[in-house]
Design a protein around this ligand. Structure first.
Ligand SMILES: C[S@@+](CC[C@H](N)C(=O)[O-])C[C@H]1O[C@@H](n2cnc3c(N)ncnc32)[C@H](O)[C@@H]1O
Length: 213
């Protein structure tokens, strides 16, 4: 399901900072060579992630789901000099592709790819992380969320991608849709957090610890 018209999406794109040439190259490579290129979050959401890192002043970022490294590169560009991104990827091919393109970026040395199932990697991390971007396999989203809340710094933000899942969350039937609908309910009923679901691209949920005085 396309939530906004193609014309409006193009207009939004035309009024968003264009990608640097090495990321244009990465997007082109992804669409030419990967089986499911649309897994890439794209320039609009990528720029949103970059803004979130910038506004929050995040130093430590955790990403679940590297793919070809587009979103991690967008975030890395807004990190302070001592900032770091840890990104988890299960596919060695994807991890190697991402590393290759990190090598072409002046920010690539800030990104550390952890190869393996994200749930296992999460158990080996101490945190805290200032921004956690959840964008790996959908069936584990509820587990990723629970672990992410424990690893989040007091002023940190969790970003969950694809929370509308093409509209299928309205009537979830398959495993992925059910897991995404579940994580949305978990967040909604979690008294520890504040959250907003933005209808950007396939739905982006922002979550933070509840504000206290
Ligand atoms: C939607 S893509 C990530 C897109 C990336 N964040 C971007 O916007 O450029 C999801 C990625 O998660 C990886 N993945 C799937 N299951 C995983 C798991 N259990 N642990 C870690 N990574 C996993 C996939 O191989 C794929 O590369």
């Amino acid at each position: 399901m396309q939530f906004i018209s193609k014309d409006i999406e193009q207009y939004v794109l035309d009024h968003t900072t264009p990608l640097p040439s090495h990321l244009e190259e990465l997007v082109e490579f992804t669409f030419d060579n990967m089986d499911i290129p649309k897994m890439i979050c794209g320039p609009i959401e990528g720029m949103l992630l970059q803004f979130l890192v910038w506004i929050s002043g995040a130093h430590q970022v955790l990403e679940l789901g590297t793919f070809t490294g587009f979103s991690s590169q967008m975030m890395a560009a807004a990190l302070p000099t001592d900032g770091k991104i840890t990104t988890c990827e299960i596919s060695e091919t994807n991890a190697n592709t991402a590393r290759h393109y990190y090598g072409k970026s002046e920010y690539g040395n800030k990104i550390d790819v952890r190869l393996g199932p994200a749930l296992q990697t999460l158990d080996s991390l101490n945190g805290p992380f200032d921004l956690i971007f959840i964008d790996a396999d959908k069936t584990n989203y509820p587990r990723y969320y629970q672990k992410a809340v424990d690893l989040l710094s007091p002023k940190g933000v969790i970003v969950i991608d694809n929370v509308l899942w093409g509209g299928r969350v309205l009537d979830p039937k398959d495993e992925d849709s059910i897991a995404i609908a579940q994580v949305n309910e978990l967040v909604k009923n979690d008294s520890r957090v504040d959250h907003v679901l933005l209808p950007i691209r396939d739905g982006v949920m922002l979550i933070k610890h509840k504000s206290t005085k």
